[in-house]
Design a protein around this ligand. Sequence first.
Ligand code: SAM
Length: 258
Amino acid sequence: MNLIVTSPLSGVSSSSELEEFLSDIGLPYVPRSGKSLGELLRENGADGVIIWQEQGPVLQMGDEQFFFHPSMAKIRIGAYRKKKQEDPMIKACGLKEGYSFLDCTLGLGADAIVAAYFTQTTVVGIESSPIIAAIIKWGMRRFVSDISWLSEPITRIQVYNSDHNMFLSQQKDNSFDVVYFDPMFRQPLLKSQPLSPLRKLADPRPLSNNTIQQACRVARCRVVVKERGLGEEFKRLGIENVLSTSRDKVAYGIINIS
Ligand SMILES: C[S@@+](CC[C@H](N)C(=O)[O-])C[C@H]1O[C@@H](n2cnc3c(N)ncnc32)[C@H](O)[C@@H]1O
């Protein structure tokens, strides 16, 4: 996929941050020079363009846009705050205040934000796609909201662009309380709109047994894997303890570290 970065027609506010973003994402910058996005795409033979907006980078690809938005996290944390509704991921992970959480599949960052809200501490998010990692990292960095219970946890998320296998292999034994995976489903849930543009950019590889072994070495309390309820993935990965949630057709495979 051939992507370029440009600025909005109104220009760029912080060029030093733009330089940092370009180095994170590893894509060429094309000056806007008053041109339409269509012109820039044609002239550069590009499939998509990332616009460095004030509120965070926005990838425009055909009719679809991809950018950081904490809407799913807002709904989940809001449900807990309003109705004391238990979040299934928090339950599966057994997350408590002060727990360290390693999210090995950051994606849009919704799970990481919910984890940061409940643990009240730093959350580490690993994402192997450099495009997703850079857009989410900078979208989080530039996110502003007057809802402090949403914006404050986002400031505690550290995003790294890395393959989680590589990252895990570099961590000491028992260095995170919970290690969490939410890989791309083998069979996507068709209704999952927020993940639709992400699917084109995401790393589709399934988890390997070796990854789970590494995660068990790095985790102090639990390794948790999210999957479709009826998927064969848990069996393949040797995970027997499964928490099903009928509400959203997903399940969490739980490995307790003794
Ligand atoms: C289903 S999404 C995760 C959604 C996320 N839990 C959320 O709440 O937004 C899976 C993400 O994991 C990433 N991923 C897949 N394999 C990976 C790997 N080996 N290392 C790091 N990230 C990976 C994909 O690129 C994708 O962005």
